[in-house]
Design a protein around this ligand. Structure first.
Ligand code: NAP
Length: 483
């Protein structure tokens, strides 16, 4: 069915600017979640392959780090243009390996490309400073150097953007990288490599090694003294493991982990805007996003109206193969993801939640789950404490600002919170009291390459995007000078 699309997609390991089989010949299957058909077989890297990738990144590092920032920037700019040239092909590839609707994939490709454009501009803004030491009078000269070879580990939910959000700033900073994409969705990054080569990224600067043996392969790289940065996006559980691994060689960590976003609608909110924001915050990527609204708190005075309108919108979404016209809701990425959503909904309903729409998987081929709204979700429902990672909105009511702030903060996560109110002073006051790295104030979308994306508490360490994203790949060096 997708032969034309897949015909030219590479399926081996990209190491040192060449395509290689895995050293033991192992391969992993890529499944289309809409049909459950195997669509490709990709080389699965071993620890030896990972070492070869670090060798390549390490060999390429001096040349890349010494390149003039403007030259690095121009290559990144070219990469942005080439991705946009190939946007439709890449979007379709994302849809067939991840399942998301083509409209979501198109949005992702544009977002992914933007990390190259933004970092093309950041590459020339690696600014230092000079000051005078107050007591000794010496000059304090501060500069930022590329931190070294970076290991990048990314999840399946945004196969393009979660990787370019790391590759862009790493290259801008003068670092070289080894990327291990998620095993469910390795094709998009493999397809990006010829594009980066065409843009002028030298051999060895970006290496891609899908692997079913993620734990062993990543651990081996984090114990290689040439690796100085680990940038991970994925679950808090795996992030914790990698922090332990990184501790042995004191590798600099950047961690983008899980979320449990509250979506708060105050009684003075513009309900039209809140519904529109809710649909984006909940349904972008079918709820398979760390930023997905996981807990809706709606003021009791407007709850029924909000629930009615959200239910109508959610119930009208067309579900099907993400490549088909008009489909807004594709399948979830895999069987585990589907089973988890089914279990969380059954748990909530068993404890008293009321199904307003959806709530039952259709069965048959493909990992489909309908857009679902649950009201009266009890506090002990599992879905209020875990990432749902699916198209399910759980509604609760609240009475006062203090109460909802307390409930919103009552989680170990702190990635993003959304709130809707027409009173800006209330909005800013509440925002300050929310322990989240990002706030969507009258907005259902916070992701932006020009903004510092990241979480507090167990949602992560460090930021991606903005200038902060570049700093994750730089080391600060201070020179004390007498002149
Ligand atoms: P995951 O299971 O943590 O996997 C993420 C990546 O880590 C994959 O490449 C995976 O490889 C790899 N991995 C798994 N176990 C590993 C280990 N022991 N050592 C080294 N690497 C390992 O997460 P996921 O299910 O793919 O993605 C969903 C999670 O990502 C959610 O929690 C979501 O909130 C989070 N996320 C966070 C952000 C953010 O910016 N904060 C953005 C997107 C997603 P395999 O595929 O081979 O298992």
């Amino acid at each position: 069915m997708y032969e034309n699309l897949l015909a030219n997609v590479p399926t081996d390991l990209w190491i040192g600017g060449t395509w290689r089989k895995a050293s033991d010949g192992a391969r992993l299957d890529v499944i289309d979640p809409a049909t459950e058909n195997t669509i490709a077989s990709v080389a699965s890297a071993t620890v030896d392959d990972a070492k070869a990738a670090v060798d390549a990144a390490s060999a390429a590092m001096p040349g890349w780090a010494e390149k003039k920032p403007r030259e690095r920037g121009e290559i990144l700019r070219k990469a942005f243009e080439l991705i946009m040239r190939d946007a439709e092909r890449l979007a379709k590839l994302i849809t067939i390996e991840n399942g998301k609707a083509l409209s979501d994939s198109r949005g992702e490709v544009a977002y992914a490309a933007e990390f190259f454009r933004w970092n093309a501009e950041e590459a020339v803004r690696n600014l230092g400073s000079t000051s005078r030491a107050p007591s000794s009078g010496a000059r304090i000269l501060v500069q930022h150097k590329p931190a070294g070879v970076a290991v990048l580990v990314t999840p399946w939910n945004f196969p393009a953007a979660m990787a370019t959000r790391k590759i862009g700033p790493a290259l801008a900073a003068g670092c070289t990288v080894v990327l291990k994409p998620a095993s469910d969705t390795p094709l998009t990054m493999l397809a990006l490599m010829p594009i980066l080569e065409e843009a002028g990224v030298p051999a060895g600067c970006v290496n891609v090694i899908p692997s079913r043996s993620s734990g062993k392969v990543v651990s081996a790289m984090l114990h290689d003294p040439r690796v100085r940065v680990v940038s991970f996006t994925g679950s808090t559980e795996v992030g914790r493991k990698l922090l332990h691994e990184a501790a042995d060689n004191v590798v600099k960590p950047a961690m983008e982990l899980g979320g449990n976003a509250p979506f708060i609608v105050f009684d003075d909110a513009d309900i039209d805007a809140a519904i529109e924001g809710a649909m984006i915050a909940k349904m972008r990527n079918m709820g398979e996003a760390c930023t997905a609204a996981n807990r809706f708190y709606v003021h009791e005075k407007i709850h029924d109206e909000f629930a009615k309108r959200l239910t109508a919108k959610m119930g009208s979404l067309k579900m099907g193969n993400g490549l088909d016209d008009g489909v807004a809701l594709g399948p979830l990425v895999n069987k585990e993801g589907l089973d988890k959503v089914i279990e969380l909904v059954e748990d909530a309903v068993g404890k008293g939640a009321k199904v307003l729409t959806g709530g039952t998987a259709p069965g048959g081929k493909g990992y489909f789950y309908p857009a679902t709204v649950l009201a009266n979700v009890p506090d002990n429902a599992k879905m209020l404490n875990e990432e749902i990672f699916g198209p399910v909105a759980s509604l609760q009511t609240f009475k006062s600002d203090d109460e909802v702030i307390h409930r919103a903060n009552d989680t170990e996560y702190g990635l993003v919170a959304y709130l809707y109110t027409k009173d800006m002073s209330r909005g800013l006051r509440v925002s300050e009291r929310l322990d989240f790295g990002m706030i969507g104030l009258n907005r259902g979308l916070v992701s932006d390459p020009a903004a510092p994306f990241g979480g507090m508490k167990q949602s992560g360490i460090g930021r991606e995007g903005a200038h902060e994203g570049l700093m994750e790949f730089l080391e600060t060096q201070y020179i004390s000078v007498t002149w």
